[in-house]
Design a protein around this ligand. Structure first.
Ligand SMILES: Nc1ncnc2c1ncn2[C@@H]1O[C@H](COP(=O)(O)OP(=O)(O)OP(=O)(O)O)[C@@H](O)[C@H]1O
Ligand SMILES: [Mg+2]
Length: 321
């Protein structure tokens, strides 16, 4: 096992925009864009894999906007039944349905003058989509069971893991609403495509957790860092943070080693693991096998079930030599 210890690079250039940390130049370009978008009142549709920071970005846009002193409200559209979602968004009057014992304000009313974040917007049922379109176009809605329209001024930011165009093509989403929601579409790149961010965010989270006093980590073995860098991070920043927390809980001492990493990160296959590209998966498995066998190629090849020559060829192809 390589006991070379990696320490936080002394000139780690980490930017933060309302809690969104990054060292990647393309993310800094995104921050500039976010500042401009924040000034306008247009809708924003955020796309990107799970854990890429869509909600964080929605909050950042609100915090940078002239609406910052008014409320920011968020709702995950996938977690409500259709009836409950309507009442959650638009409120209800007492007696509207069993259990509606008093008038209740919905999120559109609560977010008045501010911003409403609709997470997993593709899950809004078709019959509710018309009502959503109306409040966005005419700024009015009628609470469930009510008769009088309510007027609001709310900026809508939404997020989706599913491509809205496909939902439209397959008849599950109104195209007029999709245009309305997608005035500014923004795609958050996966963590594995953000140059330098895996390492930078790793140290950021280590430093945050060091302050909690559970453990103090000031270095990482080269082998562990290689496994971290090779991993495709399907759960993105959320998963990276959890991995660091895992190391703080299961390990001890000032140096983080491979034993402090979760089985996925060590390259031990877990059932149904959704990951990035096949090439990225392969690269990760190879690095992890090398880590398990202290860099001995014959043993790593045997572990992977491939010949030594194949391993050499793959090391070359992945530029791991
Ligand atoms: N660049 C970042 N710097 C620091 N923390 C981040 C960053 N990106 C995301 N996080 C953290 O990772 C977690 C996931 O972020 P968030 O909820 O915004 O992701 P999401 O894209 O909305 O995910 P999902 O699609 O699963 O809803 C949060 O705890 C958030 O604070
Ligand atoms: Mg989210």
């Amino acid at each position: 096992m390589s006991r070379t210890i990696v320490q936080p690079p002394p000139h780690l250039k980490l930017q933060s925009f309302h809690g969104i940390f990054t060292a990647a130049p393309e993310m800094e370009a995104l921050f500039t864009k976010l500042r401009r978008i924040a000034r306008a009142h247009c809708t924003v549709l955020l796309g990107g894999e799970t854990g890429t920071g869509k909600e964080l970005v929605a909050r950042a846009i609100h915090a940078e906007s002239p609406r910052r002193r008014a409320p920011f409200q968020a709702v995950n559209c996938a977690t409500f039944s259709p009836t409950l979602l309507e009442s959650e968004l638009f409120g209800h009057v007492h007696g509207a349905f069993t259990g509606a014992v008093r008038d209740r304000q919905g999120l559109f009313a609560l977010a008045n003058q501010g911003t409403l974040f609709l997470d997993e917007v593709a899950e809004i049922p078709l019959d509710l989509q018309g009502k959503l379109l109306r409040v966005m176009q005419e700024k009015t809605f009628v609470p469930v069971g009510g008769t009088r329209p309510v007027t609001v001024d709310v900026r809508v930011i939404s997020a989706t893991n599913k491509p809205l165009r496909r939902e439209v093509a397959e008849g599950r989403f109104r195209d007029d609403l999709s245009y309305r929601l997608r005035v500014v579409p923004l795609y958050l790149p996966p963590l594995r495509r953000r140059d330098g961010d895996v390492e930078a965010l790793f140290w950021q989270f280590v430093s945050e957790l060091n302050h909690q006093g559970m453990r103090r980590i000031d270095g990482v073995t080269r082998t562990a860092m290689d496994a971290i860098l090779a991993y495709p991070w399907p759960g993105n920043v959320r998963e990276l943070r959890s991995a660091v927390e895992y190391a703080f809980v299961v390990g001890e001492g000032p140096t983080l080693d491979v034993e402090d990493l979760s089985p996925e990160l060590r390259g031990e296959p877990t059932p149904g693991m959704p990951v990035g590209s096949l090439a990225e998966m392969e690269r990760g498995r190879i690095l992890a096998a090398l880590a398990r066998h202290q860099g001995r190629k014959a043993a790593a090849a045997a572990d992977l079930g491939i010949s030594r020559t194949t391993l050499w060829r793959k090391l070359y192809a992945h530029r791991l030599r």
